[in-house]
Ligand binder design. Structure first.
Ligand code: ZN
Ligand code: ZN
Length: 780
């Protein structure tokens, strides 16, 4: 009997269990289909520095401070306290706790009043996700939801969602937001007293607001501390401390560290928590130096500046100061100077020189002309309005001479250079490519501090280019190429680093000249300055093996200042930055690549010496890349015994001798003559020679051959006629369209008014040699 009863009972239980297990998933499925989980809330976007310090957070779309709480970021005391207080059996139950529901229902029936405590964390979460009026039917839905949540998420995730949504009054939600806004602390560093305070506020967030009713919160906090004491939830030592802790009625603003950087990250990167590459210590140093520096120069009408610090090793952005003071409305502090398009002045020159060295066609000691030159109608000037005649490439770069740079660009080809900048992601240059001229090398284009500083990392990075890395450990930064692009050989960039780290240069500020490089005042760095046309922008970009730093100074309203020069305005700050960020850098200076060798060259031309070259100097060359052209400046001619008369094969007497004379470019020779520079001139040609003198003939310097001149109809614009003469020539005769026009002293200029269309211009010298060129003139 008992056995059969038992059997029956067992069967019933089994049936029920079976029924439960069959029906429940089915019912759950139906419920799930009819009532899908309410939509999850959106969370505040949080931006962190590399070391995990919160830089800023942004309001959610529904204007809430709602930061997502990962349990690993929350103080364990807080988690323990909240579970003890709200839902002791959280880790054990299946969404709801039948025992406490039963207890609560009985209390309701007997005492006729509501008793709390029946709601599990799951049920409270369901209510926060989907607020509803309190009724028995809603309670049932809440219960089902609680199970649904349990089925959807692991316990840890449920706890995270719950901690993230707890209300804290006003628009503050979640313990993380509350922790930052009420205690100005990350939630991992809360004291026990603070943690317990954050546990009690959500019970009545409008009543218990730390900023308005700290007394009320304190009372409630202590009541719960006593409860925890009774249950020995925490050590008595910690509890005693917690009882003594005061509660200040504060509400802190949300942090906004490195504001331009955070705005940039917010606009360009998606994600809830973004861990960036920003190095907070370098950022703080840079901000302070820039801010103090601007205070010092404010009176000179220089109201703003921007600084970008890049770590060369991984191209990570270590500091990003878009302006001196984000909140300075008068100086347009909210404008991001790192992204502003400005004229680069001379700061692009090193890339042209690197291109020249890289091609092998040029080396440091080769010469470029530095005299007034008409580049097809474009006549650049030097910064100091002076000329040097002829200069070596390294001298031209370190002294930032304009004419040699334009002439180098003209030799290398404008397109070759702009293509380089295009590959270096200079956006404005890409879009303006078709309108750019040779002036691009002097700043006749637009760049940003970000583009420029990024491009300079090519030098410390052995000629390789890549995009900047804004995120910690480069997680998910799709901008970075997998393999950096090689722009220049290691040797070419080493040559640039050597030239730019020289300290005998005009762009060393007055106050720093005389100091040794590597001393406390002058860090060992390579740098280049730039000043834009009209003194609107002052630049200094520098690098050492560890960092590349870009500095821009100017005004966001575009106004210039006579004090705005790269050397005087931007260099002192650049040096301060290097001294503060990387003083006594452990990293040694760049190592000379093995394929970069040294050789003796002719000091006058920088080419391999011929037997006539007397003065020699050392120069770098890249093995099997650099040219091996011999100097042909000196040519042997026939002269008489005292070298006063030159002979040609036609008038060569029996007695003669040979002598080497330099053959300078005609424009340089002319410049030497005009500036009283002594040089070894060819002697006069034999006056008794009956054959027409067969020298080089006049070389027309202006106008430019085959060039199209645009002349305004109404203007009185005239064109300059000027030619370089052979030695011994005194007069130039000018013919326009085969008709005699005028004569001039050899080498001197005269003007003429051209006719519309083709103009044929002929210059003849008094030895009868002539030269003809064509130009095209268009009146408009
Ligand atoms: Zn020579
Ligand atoms: Zn002759």
């Amino acid at each position: 009997m008992i056995k059969s009863l038992n059997k029956l009972f067992n069967r019933k239980i089994k049936e029920r269990v079976l029924f439960f297990f069959l029906l429940f998933p089915f019912a759950a499925l139906i419920f799930n289909l009819l009532f899908p989980l309410p939509e999850m809330k959106s969370y505040s976007k949080e931006i962190y520095a590399k070391d995990g310090t919160l830089l800023t957070a942004f309001l959610t779309d529904d204007d809430k401070w709602r930061m997502y709480c990962r349990t690993k970021d929350i103080s364990p005391d807080l988690i323990k306290a909240i579970i003890e207080k709200e839902d002791k059996w959280f880790y054990w139950h299946f969404g709801f706790n039948p025992a406490s529901i039963l207890r609560a229902s009985i209390s309701n029936l007997i005492e006729g009043k509501r008793v709390s405590g029946a709601s599990t964390i799951n049920m409270q979460l369901a209510r926060m996700l989907e607020p509803k009026e309190r009724s028995y039917s809603n309670k049932v839905i809440e219960l089902l939801r609680a199970v649904q949540i349990e089925l959807y998420f692991p316990k840890d995730k449920i706890l995270e969602l719950y901690l993230s949504l707890l209300p804290y009054g006003g628009n503050i939600e979640g313990v993380k937001s509350a922790s930052y806004l009420y205690f100005n602390q990350p939630p991992s560093r809360l004291s026990l007293a603070q943690a317990v305070a954050l546990c009690v506020i959500p019970n009545n967030p409008n009543l218990y607001r730390i900023d308005k009713n700290s007394e009320g919160v304190l009372k409630e906090r202590n009541r719960w501390l006593k409860y925890f004491q009774k249950n020995s939830s925490f050590s008595s030592f910690n509890l005693n401390d917690a009882f003594r802790e005061k509660l200040k009625p504060n509400r802190y603003p949300v942090k906004f560290t490195a504001p331009h950087f955070c705005n940039f990250i917010n606009q360009n990167f998606v994600g809830r928590e973004i861990y960036t590459s920003l190095d907070l210590s370098i950022q703080t140093k840079s901000e302070n130096l820039l801010w103090n520096y601007i205070r010092r120069v404010y009176s000179r009408n220089v109201t703003n500046g921007a600084v970008l610090v890049i770590k060369n090793k991984d191209l990570s952005v270590a500091a990003y100061c878009g302006s001196a003071d984000f909140y300075d409305k008068k100086a347009f502090g909210e404008v991001n100077g790192i992204k502003a398009v400005r004229s680069p002045g001379s700061t692009l020159k090193p890339f042209l020189f690197a291109q020249a060295f890289n091609s092998g066609a040029y080396t440091s000691k080769m010469k470029l002309l530095d005299i007034e030159t008409d580049f097809n109608g474009y006549i650049p000037e030097n910064f100091n309005l002076k000329f040097s005649g002829e200069v070596s490439l390294d001298f031209a770069l370190v002294n930032s001479l304009n004419i040699p740079a334009v002439s180098l660009l003209s030799n290398i080809g404008l397109n070759n250079f702009t293509s380089l900048l295009e590959k270096g992601h200079f956006q404005t240059i890409i879009s303006d490519k078709n309108t750019l001229g040779l002036s691009v090398i002097l700043g006749g284009c637009g760049v940003t501090l970000e583009e420029l500083t990024r491009f300079y990392t090519i030098f410390p990075n052995r000629g390789k280019f890549n995009n900047l890395n804004y995120l910690k450990d480069n997680t998910g930064n799709s901008d970075m190429e997998e393999k950096p692009v090689k722009f220049f050989s290691e040797s070419a960039v080493y040559m640039i680093s050597e030239i730019l780290s020289e300290n005998k240069r005009p762009d060393l500020p007055n106050e720093l000249s005389g100091y040794e490089i590597g001393s406390s005042k002058l860090p060992k760095i390579a740098w280049k300055t730039g000043t834009s046309y009209g003194k609107r922008d002052a630049w200094a970009i520098g690098f050492n093996p560890n960092y590349t730093i870009g500095v821009w100074m100017g005004n966001f309203n575009g106004k210039g200042s006579p004090f705005l020069s790269g050397a005087e305005m931007a260099v002192p700050l650049l040096f301060d930055l290097f001294n503060s960020i990387d003083y006594n850098s452990e990293e040694r200076w760049f190592k000379k690549p093995d394929e970069l060798l040294e050789r003796e060259v002719c000091a006058e031309t920088g080419l391999l010496p011929s037997k006539f070259c007397k003065s020699l100097t050392l120069d770098y060359f890249i093995e099997s890349i650099s040219h091996s052209n011999y100097c042909n400046l000196y040519k042997e001619i026939y002269v008489n015994s005292d070298s006063s008369i030159e002979y040609c094969p036609n008038c060569l007497p029996e007695k003669y001798t040979r002598a080497a004379y330099p053959d300078y470019p005609p424009e340089l020779e002319l410049w030497y003559q005009e500036n009283g520079v002594k040089y070894k001139q060819h002697p006069r040609h034999n006056p008794d020679c009956v054959i027409k003198y067969s020298g080089r003939g006049p070389v027309i310097l202006s106008p430019s051959e085959n060039f199209e001149y645009l002349v305004e109809q109404k203007s009185d614009e005239k064109i300059l006629l000027r030619a370089a003469p052979d030695a011994g020539i005194r007069i130039h005769y000018w013919y326009i369209n085969d008709k005699f026009y005028d004569k001039s002293s050899a080498g001197k200029g005269i003007f003429f008014k051209p006719k519309n269309g083709k103009n044929k211009i002929t210059c003849m010298d008094d030895k009868g040699s002539d030269r003809t060129i064509l130009i095209n003139v268009k009146y408009f």
